[in-house]
Design a protein around this ligand. Structure first.
Ligand SMILES: [Zn+2]
Length: 418
């Protein structure tokens, strides 16, 4: 990358549109080197089936075990080629001053001691975020979908309202894949629902109260609970699921489709975007084209579609070309595959109808991984823009204007951040 492009990108502040920063994790005082890997995407290298018990819940509830070299080897060596591991190991090396060697058999104990020490300091997460030149963060605190992020994480935070539990709330005890229960959450807001109609009113009140909790968007992560084919609402069938502990598969799907449709309608009326996870997750059902019905039924709702729908980024770009109510959150795609990210970003620049469509995030639990993700994002975007300038596609000033838009301006406009 040319020095000037590199310097320009490094100096641009970032508005980070997606993290999973939560006080219990990102601000925990009990973090060591091993835990940084265990509570990162590096741990997803041992993921197999969605039905298997290892999901995020387990990652977060594991007690801190002492770091040993033997415990680090599965990450650093057995999965050492994986991009998640490369990203996190590189970020730790830079933040803890070992860029020459990285984490080795000879220095891991000293690095572990530094990680434990820094995490006892309340100021550490903020220092790392400042070093990454991130000025605002939109977090998805899935351990508590109702959390107001400002008192817990700081004034530079906003949050999204994750809708999964509510879309699956046909029974008083039904839960989403994170273990969240809609009825328990609504009770915290003083809403006791008895009927299907009460429940729909509660959803309306929930969306209506987003601003009070500094919730700037809704988040649909249902790709981890079901497929993304959200059909036309069928109220009669949806009502059949109400109050059933185990509704029929058809009634369960209809209930979820109906509630998701209601959320999208309310989001359009309230001018709240709907951030939506696409690709991977339950991979048999997470293709982006499954979302077309929902997007077409809600032309006034702004959909922020995530992760370049990996591995179906070209299909997603086709959708972003056709639909004017679609924006792209590039987060995570650059961690999954930096090479594919560059290829897809080249095409996205050419295909998207205007310069307002792309935003960037890290999608991480700990600030070290966020630091590495945003730094990596800056580098990759810089490389692509440089290649575009070198090939004569556009001029340096066009590249600069687009960089500022992707790194911060689009997010400020899109989420109406003051
Ligand atoms: Zn995420």
């Amino acid at each position: 990358m040319s020095k000037t492009m590199n310097e320009f990108l490094s100096a641009c502040p970032v508005v980070d549109v997606h993290e999973h920063h939560m006080p219990e994790v990102a601000h925990s005082r009990d973090v060591n080197l091993l835990k940084l890997f265990q509570q990162s995407y590096a741990a997803w290298t041992s993921n197999v089936l969605p039905s298997e018990p290892k999901a995020t819940g387990d990652m977060l509830s594991t007690p801190t075990e002492p770091t040993t070299w033997e415990a680090l080897v599965p990450f650093l060596e057995r999965s050492g080629s994986n991009a998640f591991v490369r990203n996190l190991a590189g970020g730790i090396a830079e933040l803890y001053g070992i860029t020459d060697t990285g984490i080795t058999r000879d220095n891991w104990e000293a690095v572990d001691a530094s990680v434990r020490l820094r995490h006892t300091e309340a100021t550490w997460p903020g220092e790392v975020i400042a070093r990454a030149a991130i000025e605002r963060i939109v977090t998805d605190p899935f351990l508590d979908p109702l959390m107001d992020p400002r008192p817990r994480l700081g004034q530079n935070y906003d949050a999204v309202l994750r809708i999964n539990a509510f879309a699956l709330g046909w029974h008083g005890e039904s839960r989403d894949h994170n273990g969240n229960c809609a009825h328990a959450l609504l009770r915290r807001l003083g809403m006791e629902v008895k009927t299907f109609d009460d429940y729909c009113d509660a959803i309306r009140a929930l969306v209506g109260s987003c601003a009070r909790r500094n919730h700037v968007a809704l988040k649909n992560a249902l790709a981890y609970d079901r497929d993304l084919s959200f059909d036309e609402p069928n109220e009669e069938l949806a009502r059949q699921a109400w109050g059933q502990r185990s509704p029929s598969p058809a009634a369960r799907k209809a209930f979820c489709d109906f509630i998701v449709d209601l959320f999208c309608q309310l989001a359009g009326e309230a001018d709240l975007p709907v951030q939506t996870h696409l690709g991977t997750a339950i991979i048999s059902g997470s293709h982006p084209l499954r979302m077309t019905g929902l997007i077409e039924r809600h032309p006034r709702t702004r959909f922020l579609l995530m992760h370049l729908a990996y591995p179906w980024s070209r299909d997603l770009l086709g959708m972003a070309f056709v639909y004017r109510n679609v924006w792209l959150d590039l987060c995570w795609s650059l961690l999954l595959s930096p090479s594919h990210f560059k290829l897809a970003l080249h095409e996205a620049i050419e295909v998207l109808p205007d310069e307002t469509r792309m935003m960037i995030g890290g999608d991480c639990l700990h600030v070290e991984e966020t630091f590495a993700a945003i730094k990596g994002g800056r580098r990759l975007i810089g490389e692509v823009l440089n290649e575009k300038v070198a090939s004569g596609y556009f001029r340096f000033r066009d590249a600069e204007r687009l960089a500022i838009r992707i790194l911060s301006e689009n997010a400020k406009e899109f989420f109406r951040l003051s």
